[in-house]
Design a protein around this ligand. Sequence first.
Ligand code: PMP
Ligand code: GLN
Length: 397
Amino acid sequence: MPRADRLAAVNEPLVSRMREFGTTVFAEMTALAVRTGSINLGQGFPDTDGPAAMLERAVEAIRGGSNQYPPGPGLPELRQAVAEHRKERYGLLYDPDGEVLVTVGATEAIAAAVLALCEAGDEVIVFEPYYDSYAAAIALAGAVRRPVALRPAEGRFTFDPAELRAAVGPRTRAILVNSPHNPTGTVFTPEELSAIAAVCQEHDLVAISDEVYEHLTYDGVEHLPIAALPGMRERTVMISSVGKSFSVTGWKTGWICAPAELVRAAQTVKQFLTFTAGAPWQLAAAYALRHELGWVDGLRDALATKRDRLMAGLSAAGFEVYRPAGTYFVQTDIRPLGFTDGLDLARRLPELAGVVAIPTQVFYDRKELGRPFVRFAFCKKDEIIDEAVSRLARLPR
Ligand code: PMP
Ligand code: GLN
């Protein structure tokens, strides 16, 4: 190898397809909060624990010797509990032996699905702003993302079905669907899901459906899995995880439910990413799905109140606020305060107000579409939210 190339390999060792990614915005903003002692309404993680009996189950599992490799597809207890939950909640039937795969969080499920289903050069449609790991998984696969914008209309973010149709081309393989949607808080209506389902069926596409906020919806809005629409079960990779529903984002335990061929494909990849997911968390997750859904209802009620608390404070501080029907994020427009660039504001917010938030533009391919938006998380104690909004009230206008 010529000397210059050898030096380049050391100085810029990262493969070109990952160079646009750098450090995730969540790590950057959490580090900024720690460094400046600011209130962190950036990265979405709760500041209270999940149900005590579920935590106890994890401790018992460790003390009881569940400490060696579980089977690659996941422990039967969890696969069974996931299948029962899908059936009871959504009327969807999945065989726990072959149609359920346990993963290291939804993140691994998404990566395994994309890597398993996309050839280099294939295209994947994503709704922008999109969760950051989608772009990285698509890039790792050598595939290409085709963004379809979610734009504000009548107080919520939604897409134009014509734009979705126009994004489909001969190389399109899949649509990455995320409802309830991070970072906008949109819960797709049955009509919106039907529009996506129609495109999937007309063009023989797979829906990779990230439903990690499935339990966190408000104002009587219910989450509808796209797999429940006619003709969609057979072409949907349904993904969820324990992190958001049970307030244990550090457990990184998720699952895929899909027809056996799609599960087999994802599992072929998954076995060489991590082989299997942590045993104690799987047993505790199975317990939670079977015994703690009542606790989740309580979480959802508490979050609805926190949402209203944060929204009221942000409006009073001068932001334009979009009311989320799901997730634990509020999307704001900063222009009424006289700011124009959310990334710039997010970087200055610790110094201006002692608060950290997430600039939404980092979740767009077309950054200009997201420039005026900033995301705030409300999965925090009431007193933290109150302190944050009283600090934000001091922002100049
Ligand atoms: N998808 C979305 C939309 C998310 O917000 C997150 C963040 N938690 C994930 C996937 C990742 O989930 P997990 O922690 O289970 O990997
Ligand atoms: N899902 C969380 C959020 O959107 C954070 C995930 C992460 O830190 N990677 O804030």
